[in-house]
Design a protein around this ligand. Structure first.
Ligand SMILES: *Cc1c(COP(=O)(O)O)cnc(C)c1O
Length: 233
């Protein structure tokens, strides 16, 4: 099992490098951070990934992340990638290094006040629902700039960039225009010179579409199944 996770982890890294070389719009040499998505996998699997070199782990649910954090601690960087309810914010802010899934001003306000309470500056990404899927959360394109302005006016938050999920198309090539559009929006946001921000992260791409996401300019991908195998629910 361990060997498998290590091999798959290295394989994903190699595919990321190959995808970078195929970039046309984004610079070929921008580093890509691989977030190993460990949701529904135990800490034994997480330790195997860490032994293989993983330094970033992503979790969907705060409760699950919290119990794993109790065991693994700060040996890795912790990413919260799933929809975050305001009643989970207190726990999430305690240990998360980057929250990818900020999908409303209301949630940003809750994170900001909790971060202020514990004297932390919380790094966040704002999630964009570019395809306007009902099943996904995220800010719509037309509301994005106004939301970013309001979010960056809040204390104790540092906006680091954007996150998005593509629809689960059968033909993965159909994700490409959406990723390309996200990269354009990301560049636009970088040019805004927003306060309290350091816009250097575009988080997009999962197991089925991360190579295309990297080709189109993602510099952070969130990959679970390709590293750990299918999840048992
Ligand atoms: C589960 C999940 C992933 C990883 O999905 P895989 O298809 O297993 O790679 C990435 N991002 C988010 C937001 C997720 O919920």
């Amino acid at each position: 099992m361990g060997q498998e996770i290590a091999e798959r982890y290295q394989d994903v890294l190699a595919k990321i490098e190959a995808a970078k070389a195929r970039r046309t719009l984004a610079p070929k040499d921008t580093e890509v951070t691989l977030v190993a998505v460990t949701k529904n996998h135990d800490t034994a699997a997480m330790r195997e990934a860490i032994a293989a070199g993983a330094v970033n782990v992503g979790e969907n649910r705060v409760q699950e992340a919290k119990s794993k954090f109790a065991e693994i601690g700060n040996a890795v960087t912790w990413h919260i990638i799933g929809h975050l309810q305001t009643n989970k914010v207190r726990q999430a802010v305690k240990f998360s290094d980057l929250i990818h899934s900020v999908d409303s001003l209301h949630l940003a306000e809750a994170i900001s006040s909790e971060a202020a309470r514990i004297d932390k500056v919380q790094d966040i990404l704002v999630q964009v629902n570019l395809a306007k899927e009902d099943s996904k959360s995220g800010v719509y394109r037309e509301d994005l700039l106004e939301t970013l302005q309001k979010v960056t006016a809040l204390p104790n938050l540092r906006l680091r960039g954007l996150m998005c999920m593509a629809p689960n198309y059968e033909d993965v090539e159909m994700c490409r225009p959406l990723f390309r559009e996200m990269y354009k929006i990301y560049q636009e946001v970088q040019d805004l010179d927003l306060p309290m921000s350091n816009i250097n992260t575009l988080s997009m791409g999962m197991t089925h579409d991360y190579e295309i996401a990297v080709e189109e300019g993602a510099n952070m991908v969130r990959v679970g199944t390709a590293i750990f195998g299918p999840r048992q629910y």
